[in-house]
Ligand binder design. Structure first.
Ligand SMILES: *Cc1c(COP(=O)(O)O)cnc(C)c1O
Ligand code: SF4
Length: 457
């Protein structure tokens, strides 16, 4: 049903061929990359590469960022950031490791800066169809913090904080309320009753076989809590698979190297699962090849030595990784350090980050160039997590894609039969006429109706 010529992109294809012959994906950033920043210049590797240092010095406000960077960036950068933060849904939280990986000679275009530090000069107006919690996870939650949408799997959110806050977080409705270490402990404690409700629901729902422990981030579970959750889930006879989600491996790999109690707890859970003929895997989240440094590889060596399987989910973002060459490099680098690329998500509708979203057409071109680069089992599926609770769909599986209006329609017969789900291209990717129509409520309704009626056939 697509219009002919929609995905013509020969030029980009040729440009990317050269890069596939080289071994740049194996060249990981090492050395003392933090030393060029005034705040970190005096630190030796043992100090910088400890999770205690990383945690204690995580940057959560402008004053601390200034203390680290000093005059490495001009004042205009700080004021742009300050203004950007006023319009952002997520609190600001970045580890020293990530700050040191940013190329501060061109912060405007740096892919790590783009993901964590909002600049007002880059922000764009939200799409008119934007809603908070666009995936409607709260509606599918039988108990608070447990989303049960698919037949045999559920998402359990035991904790609502992370070692970093990503600007584009889908759960900005829940994640990152406060970041003080003391109140985290209190909250964890208070949450035990809520966890118990979730465990009971899982125990009483025999069709469940697969639990995603997400959040928030499992790096923020204390070792005893991580082990308790793991053991409890594995002990449920019908549960066969548990995934533990953490962005930590990429944003604070030092924890895997120096927080032995946490890694030991994870190992015991992973070993227990294996002995019970079940599976525990760590799911991490890497978006750009420069987020995989030499220290990340060292952390992966530890996990591989413990027999812990690691998979990766990536969020496609304009200006970060939504081009063929970057995504190819990312997928090859993940494979090189033995992380299995699982999904690339099209960007959800999240307030305040419209400039990061891509059109479906743009993303499908990236997919076309990634498939074929390496082993099929190391090739991620590109998915759209549909608004309105239809769940994840293979991006290619749309019923109809109206490129001119920037609307794609999906169906999800195993999740919500009979309904249609939409993906909306960013307004900036549309023609002038379509942009104008999106600005008029009546025209907007017409475009949606037109696409719906075509999709109904
Ligand atoms: C993503 C997700 C899952 C897991 O889905 P997979 O496709 O198996 O990775 C489970 N529950 C919810 C609500 C989810 O969003
Ligand atoms: S680590 Fe995950 S849950 Fe936490 S802010 Fe980032 S995207 Fe959201």
């Amino acid at each position: 049903m697509m219009q002919a010529g929609l995905f013509r992109d020969e030029e980009r294809g040729e440009a990317s061929m050269g890069a596939l012959q080289d071994s740049s994906h194996r060249e990981l950033r090492g050395g003392e990359y933090w030393r060029t920043l005034p705040g970190y210049s005096g630190l030796c590797a043992d100090e910088f590469h400890s999770h205690e240092f990383q945690q204690r010095n995580t940057v959560t406000d402008l004053a601390r960022l200034r203390a680290v960077l000093g005059n490495v960036v001009p004042d205009s950068f700080y004021s742009d950031l300050e203004d950007g933060m006023r319009h952002a849904p997520m609190a600001f939280r970045v580890t020293p490791h990530l700050i040191a990986l940013i190329d501060w000679s061109s912060p405007d275009s740096d892919p790590i800066r783009t993901q964590f530090l909002p600049l007002r000069s880059r922000q764009q107006a939200d799409h008119p169809m934007m809603t908070l919690d666009s995936l409607q996870e709260q509606r599918d939650s039988p108990v608070p913090g447990l989303t049960h949408r698919y037949p045999d799997k559920a998402l359990f959110l035991p904790v609502d904080t992370c070692p970093v806050y990503c600007r584009f977080c889908t759960r900005s409705y829940a994640v990152g309320a406060d970041t003080e270490r003391v109140s985290e402990k209190l909250k964890l404690h208070a949450n035990r009753a809520r966890w118990e409700q979730a465990f009971r629901y899982i125990e009483e729902t025999p069709r469940l076989e697969d639990i995603v422990v997400s959040g928030g981030d499992a790096f923020h579970l204390r070792p005893d809590a991580l082990e308790e959750i793991g053991r409890r889930l594995i002990s449920i006879p019908h549960i066969r698979r548990v995934r533990i989600a953490t962005k930590g491996l990429c944003v604070m790999p030092q924890k895997i190297l120096t927080d032995h109690a946490w890694v030991d707890a994870l190992t015991r859970v992973s070993d227990l699962a294996r002995s019970e003929f079940k599976q525990v895997a760590l799911h991490t989240h890497v978006n750009h090849p420069s987020e995989i440094a030499e220290v990340t590889q060292r952390a992966m060596r530890v996990l591989a030595g413990r027999g812990v399987l690691v998979r990766c989910q990536t969020v496609m973002q304009h200006g970060v990784n939504a081009d063929a060459a970057t995504m190819q490099l990312l997928v090859r680098r993940l494979g090189w350090v033995n992380i299995l690329p699982y999904y690339v998500y099209f960007h959800d509708m999240v307030p305040g980050v419209e400039e990061l979203r891509t059109s479906l057409a743009e993303g499908l071109v990236v997919e076309k160039h990634v498939r074929g680069v390496t082993a099929g089992f190391n090739t991620p599926a590109f998915v759209v997590d549909t608004m309105g609770g239809g769940g994840k769909r293979d991006a290619h599986s749309f019923e109809f894609y109206h490129r001119e209006h920037g609307i794609a329609v999906y169906r999800s017969p195993s999740v919500r039969p009979g309904r249609m789900f939409f993906y909306f291209d960013p307004i900036r990717s549309l023609s002038e006429e379509a942009r104008w129509r999106w600005g008029q409520p009546v025209e907007r309704r017409r475009m949606l109706d037109e696409v719906e009626s075509i999709a109904r056939g």
